[in-house]
Design a binder for this molecule. Structure first.
Ligand SMILES: [Mn+2]
Length: 298
């Protein structure tokens, strides 16, 4: 318990601050686990839904915050096949970045992005700049462990982190876990359809343990509001409950789930595909919870 508290405390102190106000519009997604489009790629079946959602958020001037595990670097040892499989998605993210409306957080499956040199190397090889101005625009993408969204003219804030900080095996021993997934479970999944046992999303006991540790940290820190991902289990508390939110994931069967903040209200949203009577398909959004005033949680 002690060590987890210390890890989360450190992430809180190091968090990159972002100021928000009633005009801020934010979409939080996490746990896309974008892979190489193979059988083991959990994201492939949702990419159309996700890209459509991203286009609409961009059109409506939203800021995009990725709460970790955007990319699956455990099952894939190289970024190249991921980029090639999901080039459209990366190009959409680039649009947000150009407008200064993109914030990336690393999780345990893309923890290599802790290293800014790694991020630059990846960007340099895929987004080849046409001139010096473009170079600056492309290379300013940074990954952070955590963000602190400070509400303008108040002393209140929201702490955003992936959540594997509460999952000791996945934080300290991530290289070991990665090895296990990359060289063993990937093939089990591909050949026999067996799911990765190191994922908290697929292991109920570890999921509950992670949530409990974050709850304890929240209590210890005067009910600090937290938004995280990692467990793939969406969370949206009632006012008065512990302010522990979870973005869910983008690998749910046939839908993606995320959190929106708009006009200082928070909601849990789901994007999915419906088939009309004439067999045409349409991608739509539905609000699962909220919108609820943020101040009820602060
Ligand atoms: Mn994770």
């Amino acid at each position: 318990m002690g060590i987890v508290n210390k890890i989360i405390d450190r992430a809180y102190k190091k968090a990159k601050t972002v100021s928000i106000n009633k005009d801020s519009k934010i979409i939080f997604f996490s746990d896309l686990h974008k892979g190489d489009n193979s059988y083991a790629d959990d994201f492939t079946h949702n990419y159309k839904i996700y890209n459509q959602a991203l286009k609409e958020y961009f059109k409506n001037d939203f800021t995009y915050i990725e709460v970790g595990d955007g990319i699956e670097l455990w099952e894939n040892s190289s970024f190249e096949p991921i980029f090639l499989a999901h080039e459209n998605t990366f190009n959409l993210l680039k649009l947000f970045n150009k407008k200064g409306k993109l914030h990336m957080i690393w999780g345990n499956h893309d923890m290599e992005f802790r290293n800014p040199l790694k991020v630059e190397k990846v960007l340099r090889s895929f987004f080849i700049p046409k001139n010096i101005v473009a170079k600056d625009q492309y290379f300013d993408l940074e990954y952070y462990e955590s963000l602190l969204l400070e509400i303008e003219n108040t002393k209140k804030n929201i702490f955003v982190l992936h959540g594997h900080q509460a999952d000791y095996m996945n934080y300290i021993h991530w290289k070991f876990s990665r090895f296990f997934v990359r060289y063993f479970w990937k093939y089990m999944q591909k050949w026999f359809g067996i799911s990765d046992p190191t994922s908290p999303a697929k292991n109920y006991t570890s999921l509950i343990r992670v949530e409990k540790k974050i709850n304890k940290w929240i209590v210890k820190n005067k009910n600090q509001m937290v938004i995280c991902g990692h467990t793939h289990r969406p969370r949206f508390p009632d006012p008065g409950d512990l302010p522990h939110f979870n973005t869910g994931s983008c690998v749910h069967p046939e839908s993606i789930i995320g959190i929106e903040i708009n006009n200082l209200k928070i909601s849990l949203v789901k994007w999915y595909q419906i088939t009309n009577n004439d067999k045409t398909v349409k991608i739509v959004k539905t609000i699962l919870e909220g919108p609820t005033d943020l101040e009820k949680f602060l």
